[in-house]
Design a protein around this ligand. Structure first.
Ligand code: SAM
Length: 187
């Protein structure tokens, strides 16, 4: 923990759902705080690909200004049935069931949290979903001291592409000794 253990009520509900379901891939506290921090500078639609138990949406909802919309897509029907209850009193959050592409209809996005590894490979589609100045946050990389980044003996070509694509100004941030993420701002 690099921050106080207390979390906002909405986030506590998401963590509680994660615990009850044994869902172990919820967003870490540090990433969640980063999402809320970025959300506070955004207007319009703040989207997420891969809702999980709602942690990332709770964080964006807490950070975003009044009037901003929080959209999220999840393909697991059990989760899309359970998660909306968390947000019963958060009018700005909408959970959409289905593959991440169902969110394309709500673009352009001012913030896009990409929390599914395979989806990050679709950099061309994702670039087109962001407004100019829009920020993509890509989670769950394994830190590598090398360039190009190497994980399990292989070049991480997805990370390499996001960090070198001319459409973005991008940086990799260490979130924990064993985890990093990419922040990429659309030019
Ligand atoms: C790492 S978890 C998400 C955690 C969540 N973002 C949070 O903040 O706690 C990834 C989620 O993405 C969902 N997922 C995987 N592939 C997907 C796809 N193609 N479209 C939508 N959701 C997907 C999984 O079912 C899983 O719930």
């Amino acid at each position: 923990m690099s921050a106080p253990a207390e979390v906002p009520d909405l986030v506590a509900r998401a963590l509680d759902l994660s615990r009850r379901r044994g869902f172990i891939t919820s967003t870490r506290n540090e990433t969640g705080r980063l999402l809320a921090t970025l959300a506070a500078s955004r207007q319009g639609t703040l989207a997420e690909l891969g809702t999980g138990c709602g942690g990332g949406s709770a964080r964006r909802s807490r950070g975003a200004p009044k009037g901003a919309r929080i959209g999220t897509a999840e393909r697991d029907p059990d989760l899309t049935r359970a998660v909306p209850a968390i947000f019963h009193d958060a009018e700005n959050v909408e959970v959409t069931a289905g593959d991440w592409t169902v969110l394309e209809q709500y673009a352009p996005f001012s913030l896009l949290f990409v929390d599914v590894r395979e989806v990050m490979e679709s950099i061309d589609v994702l670039a087109d979903l962001l407004e100019a100045g829009g920020i993509a946050v890509l989670d769950d990389f394994v830190p590598s001291p090398f360039w190009p980044p190497i994980v399990d003996g292989q070049v991480d070509t997805v990370r390499e592409q996001w960090l070198t694509d001319e459409r973005f100004a991008a940086v990799e941030l260490l979130i924990d000794p064993d985890a990093s993420l990419i922040i990429a701002t659309r030019r």
